[in-house]
Write a new protein. Structure first.
Length: 310
């Protein structure tokens, strides 16, 4: 019997989706790809395969999960299986350089970014920026490696110090620091390639912006902390002409479900800086707004499953 297959490496992040699939009585199976054996002579089962592999999988001791997922997706696609967030989506998930190149190709403005491999190269790249700049990991997730610097001397102390955070792929990004008039960014959620809702994210507590509930209860790699104000607020009726460009970008890259983050500077310029193809949702914010991202995903997966049964 055809079913929905969830490709992932983080059990906690799948909990909300399991609940929604079970509400709809949809058959599903999880493929936890932190390790495994792939026989290329075998034919994959029939069904809908939802890729939720995360760029930050290596932080959970799943060092090669993304690479293995890439192999599995290639196998599935070679057999014509229905894959939600195909191999190209995974490529963009684990490389911000790939993200920015594709965003720019679709006329979407990103912050000025230079990729560097090597400590001396990081310093030299940073000299091309005037004023404040940030560093981040090319393969990140949850704000990994994001540091803000006011000058080159501060960067040198970090890069040559004991607390330098070496990226898993060796590529450090030096990026223009975009200053917003208020400490928040906008995250736009897309399901089935179409805009679903936008959420305002308070950034006053730092750069690590994982919205998953699991991140709010002590995940060492995604501390959200406690705040008197809600960190996540769903924006009712929010519209932006940029969303049409986002939808074209997603379609061109075989991305069906994603969260795309952007920031607006003091002059009103919009910079898009992250595409998350393993998107999560904040239950508190959704409950207040009366929406459910995982519920909408479950419904979408069910509809795709019905299509292949016809």
């Amino acid at each position: 019997m055809e079913k929905i297959y969830i490709i992932h490496e983080n059990n906690e992040w799948v909990v909300p989706l399991r609940k929604e699939l079970e509400k709809l009585n949809l058959p599903y199976e999880e493929w936890h790809l932190d390790r495994g054996v792939l026989d290329l002579l075998q034919t994959p089962p029939k069904g809908v395969f939802y890729n939720r592999m995360s760029a930050s999988s290596h932080t959970r001791d799943h060092r090669y999960a993304a690479e293995y997922a890439g192999a599995v997706l290639s196998w599935l696609e070679s057999h014509g299986r229905k894959v939600i967030n195909k191999g190209r989506a995974l490529q963009l998930e684990i490389s911000k350089v790939a993200q920015y190149a594709s965003l720019n190709a679709h006329g979407i403005l990103t912050p000025r970014t230079i990729a560097a491999v090597g400590k001396e190269e990081i310093i030299e790249a940073a000299k091309k920026f005037e004023g404040t700049f940030i560093t981040k990991h090319n393969r990140g997730g949850k704000g990994l490696g994001v540091q803000k610097f006011e000058n080159i001397e501060a960067l040198k102390k970090y890069v040559y110090g004991t607390y330098f955070d070496e990226p898993i792929d060796g590529i450090t990004l030096i990026q223009q620091y975009v200053e917003a008039p208020e400490p928040f960014i906008i995250r736009s959620e897309f399901i089935g390639g179409k805009f679903y809702y936008a959420v305002k994210v308070n950034t006053s507590e730092g750069f690590q912006l994982c919205p998953a509930d699991a991140c709010q209860i002590g995940d060492a790699f995604c501390p959200v902390g406690e705040s008197r104000t809600s960190k996540f607020t769903v924006l009712e009726g929010y519209e932006n002409p940029l969303f049409e460009k986002y939808e074209r970008f997603l379609a061109a890259n075989d991305i069906h479900i994603a969260g795309i983050e952007f920031i607006i500077d003091k002059e009103g310029t919009v910079y898009t800086y992250d595409v998350n193809t393993n998107t999560n949702y904040n239950s508190e914010a959704e409950e207040k707004a009366g929406v459910s991202g995982m519920g909408a995903i479950a419904k979408y997966l069910g509809e795709e499953l019905e299509k292949i049964r016809l």
